[in-house]
Write a protein of this length. Sequence first.
Length: 254
Amino acid sequence: MKRTLKFFFLIGLSLLLSGNVTAQKKSKKKKQKTTKASAGLTERDGMNLMYNFYNAQNEKQKNNIEDAIKLFLQCLKIDPENDASMYELALIYTDLKDINNALNYSKGAYELDKKNKWYASLLAELYQRTNNTGKAVDIYKNLIEIYPNEPENYLALATAYTYLGKYNEAIDSYNKVENMYGISPELSEEKKRLYLKLDNVDAAANEIEKLIEQFPNEYSFYSSLIELYQVNNQPEKALGVIKRLENENANSYE
């Protein structure tokens, strides 16, 4: 049950990834609270960097955005390769809808630490918002290589593939999540929708059949299958499902 509930959460996350950068961004702010000085800095510069970064975070929390930007920029003046400051600036500029600056700083942070999932996710989202979904796909693939057991990356990849019209690839990503968490109505519905875009009615129907097998007492899945066959001019198959449903109802009263 816990795995199922977690999966439902991840499906919601996938929807956010498809178009709501701001909502994701709030969770990332909680993850990135500290910075560290580059190895080449003097002790004094390292202390100044930490001081400015801490003050920048405080100004940001107080919504003094201009002051926060100045302080993060001061951090980069001290340490031009301070990825944490770049990431924070990218978040701020995303909030301000200044996508060019957001992209520039997000790219900088990601190039310095490609294993950081927060840097990667933000850059991928910005790429999607600027119609560079192919680049987002590359980032999600890299995340999957690094974190193969985190299903949210497969969901994000599936969303990106769907946007590109690569429906078979999207289905493959959803299948990998299904292998992790089992069959779920939300995931099967997405796969059914993609199969229909591919004009593969049989595969779409099979997704509903799997739900019927998994949840035999949920009669809405029978209705969904009947409707699928009717809409796609397969009345005999629709009638067959109706008879199955009648038999199920009859057996339930025995």
